[in-house]
Design a protein around this ligand. Structure first.
Ligand code: AMP
Ligand code: ZN
Length: 480
């Protein structure tokens, strides 16, 4: 598609802190790079919010007619335990603690991450770029900028942030809005300077190390994204995404590298977009806090993973979202209602949408998504379409499929039964529950109330919540 879409897509650009119309670098195309996970541990559901956001953005670009090329990287080297250049390499540390090879650790957690991607119905990007596959290119990139923009210390090659114009403009460093940065490496000219290449300290060996003009060692974390985004998407490309934390250090450093490498002030991407955090009541979610909130934990407790996707869509991606089990339960109920409403349309034949009520809804849906991805409003429009009565089934199906292609709830593929996820702790089987409920119904019909109460108590003791008269016809729920 080369014509500009009828309704312009407005996106919030963190670079300018304003809404801007999306105009692609290459007409008809959208090239998007998302900072991926560091695969030293399982992703928590907060991390996965970043990919639900990137996926919703990609789906919206496809909906608007752009040919999407999406890249997500996998960081398997270079990311230190502290973003500000301190601490140890996260993967080396995990490998040492568990006496395992880094490659095994990276493979294990990459696969776990991909399982979560699938569970949340996140579309596969065109490329998963693995950092360790690009080390020679990273060395070439560093060589190209070393003379003008870097200096060497005993610990490695450092990027001189004073050598580019307006360093930290994305983070608003130097203004009240920006975070101050303290960096403990000895000998750095400025606290914000960062490692491009880290030398392996004398007398130590790393599992992962490569030869370079600055000695044996490993690349700094920020280098990989500059190198892989340019290699796979060109320079400049359209949109770079990540969590809001990346607006402070990682992305400003990528931009500084890109400026140095392109000998210009180009940041590398036209749009820099950031999702806000998922938080717990206790504060920022961390992989070390109490119960580790993984997608698997949601499933273990009986929540379908797409209820979490819906929970994310209920909030704007730029708003903080507080996680609670009650909130997830409410999202699951909303999902059940939608799945039931569309179930009757599964076997209908698609028909072109001509009904005015549906075309109006689709237009509103387009407007909501074009307004910086207003998924909260789009979701209510999807519900409105699903609830529409006295309307041609084929047209309704076509409209719902189009909306769901953007929101990604997989509504026409999942069934009521799929949503009834069995909690890991459950001891009673579905058949036993159904059989007990039938006996209870018979007891009630015979006015044997004591017997009926006893059966109910039996179910409660087995962790079954009996939901008499549930408007969704759910009847019972297994508690985790
Ligand atoms: P990491 O594996 O730590 O590099 O994080 C992967 C992605 O998740 C990055 O884009 C982070 O910015 C993002 N992220 C980390 N924590 C959260 C959170 N609590 N909520 C939303 N996004 C997050
Ligand atoms: Zn990155």
């Amino acid at each position: 598609m080369t014509d500009a879409p009828a309704l312009p897509l407005k996106l919030f650009n963190s670079l300018t802190r304003s809404l801007e119309e999306f105009v692609p670098v290459h007409p008809g195309e959208a090239r998007v790079y998302s900072c991926g996970p560091t695969v030293y541990n399982y992703p928590h559901i907060g991390n996965m919010r970043a990919y639900v956001f990137a996926d919703t953005l990609g789906r919206t670009l496809s909906f608007k007619g752009y040919k999407l090329t999406h890249v997500i990287n996998i960081t398997d080297v270079g990311h230190l335990t502290d973003d500000a250049d301190a601490g140890e390499d996260k993967l080396e540390k995990a490998a040492a603690e568990r006496a395992q090879s880094i490659w095994d650790i990276a493979r294990h957690y990459t696969e776990a991450y991909w399982a979560d991607i699938k569970a949340l119905n996140i579309r596969q990007p065109a490329h998963w770029s693995i950092a360790t596959d690009y080390v020679p290119q990273m060395i070439d990139f560093a060589k190209a900028i070393a003379d003008k923009h870097c200096y060497e210390l005993d610990s490695g090659l450092y990027f001189d942030t004073a050598s580019v114009n307006n360093y930290g403009r994305l983070a608003r460093h130097g203004t009240d809005e920006g975070e101050s940065r303290i960096d403990p490496v000895d000998g750095k000219r400025l606290p914000a300077d960062f490692a491009i290449w880290r030398k392996t300290p004398a007398g130590e060996t790393r599992q992962m190390e490569w030869d370079s003009p600055w000695g044996r060692g490993a690349p700094g974390w920020h280098l990989e994204c500059s190198v892989m985004s340019e290699a796979l998407l060109g320079f400049p490309f359209d949109i770079h995404t990540g969590g809001i934390d990346h607006r402070e250090i990682h992305h400003p450093n990528e931009i500084a590298q890109n400026q140095a490498h392109s000998c210009s002030d180009a940041s590398g991407a036209r749009f820099w977009m950031h999702n806000n955090f998922l938080v717990e009541r206790s504060g920022k979610m961390s992989k070390s806090s109490g119960e580790f909130l993984r997608v698997q934990l949601l499933t273990d407790k009986g929540y379908h993973p797409l209820a979490y996707r819906l929970l994310c869509l209920q909030a704007h991606y730029r708003s903080e979202l507080e996680f609670s089990w009650d909130g997830l339960g409410a999202a699951l109920t909303r999902l059940k209602r939608l799945v039931m409403a569309v179930a009757a349309l599964r076997d209908a034949d698609d028909a072109p949408v001509a009904d005015r009520r549906l075309t109006d809804l689709l237009a509103k849906f387009d407007a909501a998504m074009s307004d910086d991805l207003n998924t909260a409003v789009a979701l209510t429009l999807l519900e409105e379409a699903a609830a529409m009565k006295k309307i041609d089934a084929g047209q309704k199906r076509t409209a719902l499929v189009a909306m769901d292609a953007v929101l990604g709830l997989d509504l026409l593929a999942i069934s009521r039964a799929d949503l009834r996820v069995r909690p890991k702790s459950a001891t009673i089987t579905e058949a036993e529950i159904e059989a007990t409920l039938i006996r209870r119904k018979e007891a009630r019909a015979a006015k044997e109330f004591a017997a009926s109460d006893a059966l109910r108590d039996e179910l409660i003791a087995a962790g079954v919540e009996v939901m008499d008269g549930d408007p969704l016809g759910w009847d019972w729920r297994l508690e985790a």
